[in-house]
Design a protein around this ligand. Structure first.
Ligand SMILES: Nc1nc2c([nH]c(=O)n2[C@H]2C[C@H](O)[C@@H](COP(=O)(O)OP(=O)(O)OP(=O)(O)O)O2)c(=O)[nH]1
Length: 133
């Protein structure tokens, strides 16, 4: 089974988190599901650099990401591939961005996070945010 390695940014503004909705996809289990912005690490690329690149591509954001912001890694098996996803917690006062890749976004208060229909690999991250962050 193919393994992909992904980085994702969990933006926290006050008590709310930025949740992005994926566009329609032939893979039903991720189609239109909510996720955190980010994407695949390219071969030889450092995780934090990959996340900076993805945030620039997807949202026109120019921000630096550091190892101190690392939160957790999820290892999840989807029907077609295995995903290893590293999440980074980025606290912001305000965030101006564009939606280059996603259909929609929501800032969700922590206690409401599970009201969204998440990509299954994201659930352990969401649970940690609700419990601890
Ligand atoms: N960015 C991101 N991807 C996630 C999350 N949860 C989750 O299962 N994924 C999956 C969906 C995709 O299969 C993969 C992320 O890669 P991507 O967003 O670059 O993938 P893609 O298939 O849309 O784009 P691409 O192959 O055309 O580059 O990881 C998440 O929270 N954030």
């Amino acid at each position: 089974m193919k393994t992909i390695e992904v980085v994702a940014a969990i933006f926290k503004r006050g008590d709310s988190f930025l949740c992005m909705q994926r566009n329609e996809s032939p893979l039903k289990y991720i189609s239109r599901k909510f996720e955190f912005p980010g994407g695949k690490i390219e071969p030889g690329e450092q995780r934090e650099v990959a996340l900076q690149r993805e945030l620039h591509e997807e949202m026109d954001l120019t921000i630096s990401v550091s190892q101190d912001q690392y939160l957790m890694t999820v290892d999840h098996i989807y029907p077609d591939f295995r995903i290893i996803m590293h999440g980074y917690l980025i606290e912001v006062d305000d965030l101006k961005f564009t939606l280059n890749d996603h259909g929609a976004f929501r800032w969700m208060e922590r206690q409401n996070l599970l009201l969204l229909d998440w990509a299954p690999a994201d659930v352990p991250i969401v649970e940690k945010l609700m419990r601890e962050i």
